[in-house]
Design a protein around this ligand. Structure first.
Ligand SMILES: [Zn+2]
Length: 359
């Protein structure tokens, strides 16, 4: 499996100048190589291969000695990039798509160069680059696996490095399956009887949100005090969204680590917008996010997520299949078959059953 790791670089003024110079020389080479390919095709009707162009690099270095300042694999990579854009062009022509001929690169369009195999290494908090130097790197996380390529990227005046790595995929299968019921009093309840709650700080933020909403509606339209309150309200919304995201990341991680199959109820997205109290709609957005996060993580771990029709899942007895009618206020499922359980755990068990039946 291929994984990319990106880090911020902190070049000194001199290193920054070398980056700029390298980018500029690479861009020139790209444009000249493109010109050469067009020229030979027009004049002689033959296309020149990237290998032929790579073979000419030593000659180029004789004529233009500044190219000796650049690692030879970086230069080779420029010619390969050009070839990739030609291949994409030919493929699009073949498929009858809008072709888009390879373009000459303007001054600020050429923003990266690549060491495709060697010429780079990480030493402590420095990234050592051949022909450039040792640049300070902020390694906020460990590089995993076998590094295949190293690309230096310029973006809005800042520099980054991307390592493309071959990472071995490790699967942890548990042989366990679970149904998940989402709710308001608890974020999620599983068929194994595990409760996931929204954290206290999130509930506190939601109370603050309500208070801010009241303040905004009380203040006079167009007034400075209202504008200020609106700003605070927007900030609070953002904070809550982040807290929700955080919680959903944690819960989905726990689910995927513990289970090979995770079954959710399908959320009715249409009713999410229509005819519902706002708080309920907000909850449904959060539940939806939990399902999406779990699905992503499951796919990554080669595990499975299913969504099933929620019809009758809270009324049906998960033990005998009988319908046991109950109001929303009744929190316990009691069936004449002798089975008694927390209402939501019973529902989660039905959800799991439906998931397993769905094959
Ligand atoms: Zn029963």
């Amino acid at each position: 499996m291929i994984k990319t790791f990106k880090y911020r670089l902190y070049p000194t003024k001199e290193e920054r100048e070398l980056f700029e110079r390298t980018l500029e020389l690479c861009r020139d080479l790209y444009n000249h190589a493109l010109e050469q390919r067009i020229f030979t095709y027009k004049k002689r009707g033959v296309s020149i291969t990237p290998f032929q162009q790579i073979k000419e690099l030593p000659h180029l270095k004789k004529v233009l000695p500044e190219y000796k300042e650049i690692h030879s694999q970086v230069l080779q990579n420029v010619l390969k990039r050009l070839d990739v854009s030609f291949q994409n062009f030919f493929r699009r022509v073949k498929n009858g798509e809008k072709p888009g001929f390879p373009r000459f690169q303007g001054k600020n369009r050429y923003d990266s160069f690549t060491y495709p195999q060697s010429g780079f290494s990480i030493e402590g908090d420095k990234l050592k680059l051949s022909k450039i130097g040792s640049i300070r790197i902020h390694l906020h996380r460990k590089v995993e696996g076998k590094v295949k390529t190293c690309t230096i990227i310029r973006k809005n005046g800042r520099y980054f490095v991307c390592f493309v790595c071959e990472v071995e995929k490790v699967f942890h299968f548990t042989g366990k399956q679970v149904g998940v019921d989402v709710g308001i009093s608890h974020l999620a309840i599983t068929s194994d009887g595990e409760f996931f709650d929204n954290p206290k700080h999130l509930r506190k933020s939601e109370q603050q949100l309500k208070r801010l909403q009241r303040i905004v509606s009380r203040r006079k339209k167009g007034s400075n005090r209202r504008r200020k309150a609106v700003r605070l309200l927007a900030k609070k919304h953002e904070q809550i969204a982040n807290q929700r995201k955080d919680t959903n990341h944690k819960v989905s991680r726990m689910l995927v680590d513990q289970y090979d199959l995770i079954v959710f109820e399908e959320l009715n997205v249409k009713s999410m917008v229509k005819n519902r109290r706002l708080s309920k709609a907000i909850h449904e957005v959060a539940w939806n996010q939990l399902i999406i996060f779990t699905s992503y993580k499951a796919a990554y771990a080669d595990k499975q997520v299913k969504v099933v029709n929620p019809h009758n899942t809270s009324q049906m007895c998960s033990n005998c299949g009988r319908i046991v009618k109950k109001k929303l206020s009744e929190r316990t499922h009691v069936c004449s078959c002798g089975y008694t359980d927390h209402r939501d755990i019973n529902a989660a068990k039905n959800i799991l059953k439906l998931g397993l039946e769905a094959g």
